[in-house]
Design a protein around this ligand. Structure first.
Ligand code: HAM
Length: 441
């Protein structure tokens, strides 16, 4: 992305091209609009997540979708793919180097360092995330995540709780073909020796690595374990496992996490190659995948511990752990598993007004104030057209106002999906009944 002030004439040319072009602009490549009824699924998804997060003591946190680019560079790592190749960076008109958030964790930690809330601090969020990736099914340039971050507690029981929250949520959506992969990345005590050992092995096998990792393995050998190319997989098949190199503290932490997950009835697949794509991880790392999705894009969520991240962003030593769950991916997995999408609830009633619309205006206002979902027709359409609209809305009831009803301040209640004789009641009685019972019959 380029700012108009600092990148020469290209943005101007771009602007001219857009305004010259007679075709209608479309959403940028790799992004998508979410419209009803699909957006109802999103709403339910986020509401459900919010309720569960609240039950676990997480409070909602909003941070800006752009940050000082250093937040991500320092936090996620300048060498990582997400920062090195995929981050949307730009200078604003004041020359500040900013970046669109590629993920949620670093921003939450930046906010923690800035505001210093008392620990333990538990934050949940829902956020768009931006990564300049090659778009394909399940991989977008703007995707959305719900997630949590728990700061200030090193206790492995928190790891168990965080994983259990994600697992319970994903299973609660209806996903059955879920797998939880778990690993420990060690800590600053034990990881350096392991990384050295891995680097030596890779140096001996440099020629066998994929092109990219022949060049880059030395700066972060762990990334090679995460490489999906056959060359790197073969070259590291018998590589030492980090699980065998953990220090005593990391080992007992990991054992306790596994015990807690077993106690919670959450099946675990240990994956010593699970290193994930961000530099901030320490100890527990995990990923939730769905076997209903295509291999490369089958992760519906992932997370881990990051006991050094707060310090990296200028705060006091503070442990942390969290996860992010991809909304689009989870919904794709639900589709792939054939879990039906619940339709949005229909209105409780549809008001049909044959007298010009003023009584309808009043009636919908009163019923909505009473807490009911109500729709109406506009523009003085014919009875036939308004009844069609009532039918299309899915409402079980039409509230019909003709000239007689208007003169007597009453309404005719006609059941649209039941064979019941219609009846006429006063508007006051209708509103009163709707207020107390929450329905119209
Ligand atoms: P992540 O694994 O990069 O972790 O992303 C979390 C989830 O977001 C993925 O499992 C996937 O479902 C979804 N996702 C990621 N990239 C895309 C994309 N390009 N298109 C569609 N969906 C995508 C994180 O972002 C970490 N912040 C998680 C975390 C929280 N770790 C600790 N706390």
């Amino acid at each position: 992305m380029a700012s108009s002030r600092h990148s020469g004439s290209s943005p101007v040319r771009e602007a001219e091209r857009v305004s010259d072009d007679t075709t209608a602009p479309r959403a940028p490549t790799g992004t998508h609009d979410v419209l009803p009824p699909e957006s109802w699924r999103w709403q339910r998804f986020v509401d459900d997540f919010a309720r569960r997060a609240d039950r676990f003591g997480f409070g909602m946190v909003h941070t800006p979708i752009f940050e000082d680019a250093r937040v991500f560079r320092r936090g996620i790592g300048a060498e990582s793919e997400v920062v090195g190749k995929e981050m949307y960076e730009f200078e604003d008109r004041g020359g500040r180097k900013l970046a669109l958030r590629p993920e949620g964790t670093a921003s939450i930690v930046r906010a923690f360092v800035q505001h210093r809330p008392a620990t333990p601090w538990r934050a949940w969020y829902v956020t768009p995330s931006f990564r300049y990736e090659r778009p394909q099914a399940g991989r977008y340039r703007q995707h959305h995540q719900v997630g949590v971050e728990a700061l200030g507690v090193e206790d492995p029981d928190v790891d168990v709780e965080v994983i259990a929250l994600a697992w319970g949520f994903l299973a609660g959506l209806g996903l059955r073909r879920l797998q939880l992969q778990l690993n420990s990345m060690g800590c600053t005590q034990c990881r350096p020796d392991y990384v050295d050992a891995l680097r030596s092995l890779l140096t001996r096998r440099e020629e066998s690595l994929c092109d990219e990792h022949q060049e880059r393995y030395a700066s972060n050998p762990l990334r090679v374990l995460d490489c999906k190319r056959a060359a790197c997989i073969a070259a590291t098949e018998d590589a030492p496992k980090i699980a065998d190199a953990l220090c005593e503290d990391c080992r007992s932490h990991h054992v306790r996490v596994r015990e807690g997950l077993a106690e919670a009835g959450i099946p675990v697949v240990e994956n010593p190659r699970l290193v994930r794509g961000f530099d901030y991880y320490t100890r527990t790392t995990f990923e939730f995948s769905s076997s209903a999705l295509e291999g490369a894009q089958n992760a519906v969520g992932g997370g881990g511990r990051y006991d050094g991240l707060v310090e990296m962003l200028g705060g006091p030593p503070t442990p942390g752990i969290g996860f992010g769950i991809g909304i689009e991916r989870s919904l794709l997995a639900l589709d792939a598993e054939g879990v039906p999408a619940e339709p949005p609830p229909p209105p409780a009633a549809f008001v049909v007004d044959l007298t010009g619309g003023i009584p309808a205006r009043r009636l919908v206002a009163e019923l909505r104030s009473a807490g009911l979902k109500v729709e109406r027709a506009y523009e003085g359409r014919s009875m036939k057209s308004q009844m069609k609209a009532a039918d299309r809305s899915g409402a079980p009831v039409a509230l019909i106002i003709g000239s007689e009803e208007a003169a007597t301040q009453s309404v005719t209640i006609r059941m649209l999906r039941e064979d019941v004789p219609q009846r006429t009641v006063t508007t006051d009685a209708l509103v009163q009944e709707a207020t107390t019972t929450g329905v119209i019959r």
